[in-house]
Ligand binder design. Structure first.
Ligand SMILES: Nc1ncnc2c1ncn2[C@@H]1O[C@H](COP(=O)(O)OP(=O)(O)OP(=O)(O)O)[C@@H](O)[C@H]1O
Length: 281
């Protein structure tokens, strides 16, 4: 009698991890003019992808496509596995809390007639007043803004403070993904470094993912895990952030690096703080 044959064992497979954001072969046009052509990128959960390119390369258009603010003419945008380009406006709105955005100019992104407390509470679902106030105060405190300042108006804050408040507003609905569109570009260098450090801390604390849009490759060096370089609406280079910024393979990326005003704002601010601490009084 022949012994029963044991069925071949299948090798253990690691479950495929679905990226939080998966953009494939995306095309977007304004009328007949293409703004993005065949763009693909992924943002795995808990990571930061820097999207870098000069003015007009299509960075903001890509952010808008993810937010559903421009029509997509080809390709897919999957959020946690679901193609959001196929959703109707109602379903799309239901997803809006999962993706939030921080824009470049904090003075333009706040209504000057509403207090910052009202602005930060804007993204929260209706709740008893005391509960909303407590949540706003806790979030302001977390981003380094005095919670007692909730009754003040945007004009009463510096650009750096207002950008912290914009981060607080974006985080209120507990998003998975935050699109930072030139979020630190209008700030002084040392303020830039503080906001970048805050974003890094919040990412670690909350398991956030960022799509960090900037014209300045040096800005994303510290924050990004992966960098995608856009030129005239097409990806010309992509790779791990330290590789792309230390050994760029495309001449366009090299030119972007050479044009960066300061090689590394976070590192520069750290060295300056060290110098100040070690200087004899
Ligand atoms: N609403 C619009 N209507 C027509 N063309 C547009 C519109 N918005 C952007 N464009 C064009 O699409 C292309 C990509 O623009 P986009 O703003 O996405 O680039 P960007 O890299 O974000 O530039 P910037 O850093 O200056 O914002 C540019 O050629 C721009 O002129």
């Amino acid at each position: 009698m022949t012994p029963p044959t044991t069925p071949p064992t299948t090798p253990p497979t690691t479950p495929p991890t679905t990226p939080l954001l998966d953009i494939a072969n995306l095309d977007v046009s304004y009328g007949a003019a293409p703004a993005l052509t065949d763009v693909s990128l992924t943002v795995p959960s808990g990571t930061t992808v820097g999207l870098v390119g000069e003015s007009g390369s299509g960075k903001t258009t890509l952010g808008k496509a993810v937010l559903g603010l421009v029509p997509v003419s080809g390709g897919t945008i999957r959020l946690a596995g679901r193609d959001i380009t196929q959703l109707g406006p109602k379903r799309r709105r239901a997803l809006s809390g999962r993706v939030q955005v921080v824009f470049q100019n904090p003075y333009l992104s706040f209504n000057p007639r509403r207090t910052i407390g009202q602005a930060v509470a804007e993204t929260l679902p209706p709740a008893p007043r005391a509960e909303t106030r407590a949540r706003v105060a806790a979030m302001l405190d977390r981003v380094g803004v005095d919670p007692d300042a909730a009754a003040r108006y945007p004009a009463q804050f510096s650009g750096g403070q207002l950008q912290r408040i914009a981060v607080a507003r974006a985080l209120m609905p507990e998003p998975d993904l935050v699109i930072c569109d030139e979020a630190v570009s209008a700030l002084d260098l040392s303020v830039q470094a503080h906001v970048l450090n805050l974003l890094a801390d919040l990412r670690a604390e909350r398991g956030l993912s960022y799509l960090f849009i900037t014209h300045d490759l040096a800005v994303v060096r510290h924050l990004a895990d992966h960098v995608v370089v856009l030129r005239a609406g097409r990806v010309v280079e992509a790779g791990p952030a330290d590789e792309v910024s230390s050994r760029p393979s495309h001449p366009y990326t090299r030119a972007l690096l050479a044009a960066a005003p300061v090689p590394d704002p976070v590192e520069q601010a750290r060295r300056r703080a060290e110098r100040l601490q070690t200087r004899p009084l």
